[in-house]
Design a binder for this molecule. Structure first.
Ligand code: TXA
Ligand code: MG
Length: 341
């Protein structure tokens, strides 16, 4: 299959993307978080193709994307007051809410669960494509299953060229990590995946919000995941990533002591000056938003360098940094080394 390259600023290209989606095809779309792989959410056969193109296990449900708040009521069985409050504050934006689903949601989308995840993205091109398709779009991140999520059209093409009908290039993503996922189908609501809207902000809006165990910890053998995506190996570059948790000087000493062929560092801006191995920076030490924006690019760049062992500086699990930490510990297969002074 030849993947057609479309431009977000060209109205004819947006119309073309809409037409492909209406006919049951697959289109890569930009969003403010990461690029997504979209299909008509109400067409089970079209949605199946997403799983094939990604190599995604069929038991991992998809997020349904809308471009107008009025589309929500058809997709869900009920809209709790807490959801209305969150929608008022953060929709359109990088927040996904889980609701009891309506009968309109095909089983392929919800992977057999009684719930559905819905997001109203802020990116104008994402909304334009949904409008052009005239239907809500199911869209997981546009990477092959297990790989880092794409934050540019070029990154998505590395994984998907020839496997999808078209891609809309809308430039680099602003947030850089996937949306925050919160379920309102439990009481109290529970954070399943941290993202651009922080746990602190959600608690400010709703009072009590629990954090799912799987945000910070690997699932135990045989344990059932509240969010099925959490149980799979994720965001992994080809290199073996090890997170090194410790103060700056200790981190640099540790990395330099382990220098050798194929060894690289993934560090904060400026850290590289003290390092004797090739380094990729992923943002300023206290700039969590910048870290989020650069994280997946950094992981892909390490692959391009041919890195085999990567010592990554441990992100602070606070604010948007919690999302960075959550992705990086998965990229590292939960391997964290704690080092002292
Ligand atoms: O920012 C984003 O959310 C991006 C862009 C494209 O919108 N999409 C995205 O989709 O990250 P995906 O499929 O890569 O991640 C969706 C996550 C998975 O961990 C999945 O298991 C979870 O949301 N999820 C989806 N529906 C769910 C449901 N009904 N209950 C629990 N978890 C659900
Ligand atoms: Mg994903």
């Amino acid at each position: 299959m030849k993947t057609i390259k479309l431009q977000a600023e060209n109205p004819q290209d947006i119309a073309r993307a809409g037409e492909i989606l209406r006919k049951g095809g697959l289109v890569g779309i930009p969003t403010e978080t990461v690029y997504g792989l979209a299909a008509d959410a109400l067409n089970g056969e079209a949605v199946k193709k997403i799983f094939q193109a990604k190599g995604r296990p069929m038991d991992n449900p998809l997020i349904v994307h809308i471009s107008h708040i009025e589309q929500l009521q058809d997709l869900v069985a009920e809209i709790p007051e807490s959801a209305r409050e969150l929608a008022r504050r953060w929709w359109p934006g990088p927040l996904t809410m889980i609701f009891p689903k309506s009968a309109r949601i095909p089983d392929e989308v919800s992977a057999g669960l009684p719930t559905v995840a819905v997001r109203f993205p802020a990116h104008p091109a994402a909304r334009a494509v949904i409008d052009a398709a005239g239907t809500p779009l199911a869209a997981p991140s546009g990477n092959r299953s297990g790989r880092p999520s794409p934050t540019t059209a070029a990154h998505m093409l590395v994984d998907m060229d020839g496997r999808i009908d078209a891609i809309v290039d809308g430039g680099p993503c602003q947030v850089g990590v996937e949306s925050t996922v919160i379920t309102l189908a439990t009481d109290p609501p529970r954070l399943l995946r941290p993202g651009g809207i922080t746990l602190e902000q959600l608690r400010e809006a709703l009072g009590r919000v629990d954090m799912d165990e799987a945000v910070l910890n690997p699932l135990k053998e045989g344990e059932k995941a509240a969010s099925p995506g959490m149980k799979y190996k994720h965001y992994a570059p080809k290199a073996h990533v090890i997170i090194v948790d410790g103060p700056y000087e200790a981190y640099c000493r540790f990395v330099n002591r382990h220098k050798g062929p194929g060894v690289a560092a993934m560090c904060y801006n400026g850290d590289e000056k003290a390092l004797e191995v090739p380094a990729v920076c992923y943002g300023g030490r206290e700039d969590y938003a910048e870290q989020a924006r650069e994280l997946f690019d950094a992981l892909r760049e390490l692959d391009e360098m041919g890195a085999q062992t990567v010592f990554a500086r441990c992100p602070e699990p606070r604010g948007v940094g919690l999302a960075v930490y959550n992705r990086l510990i998965r990229a590292a297969g939960f391997e964290v080394l704690h080092i002292g002074e």
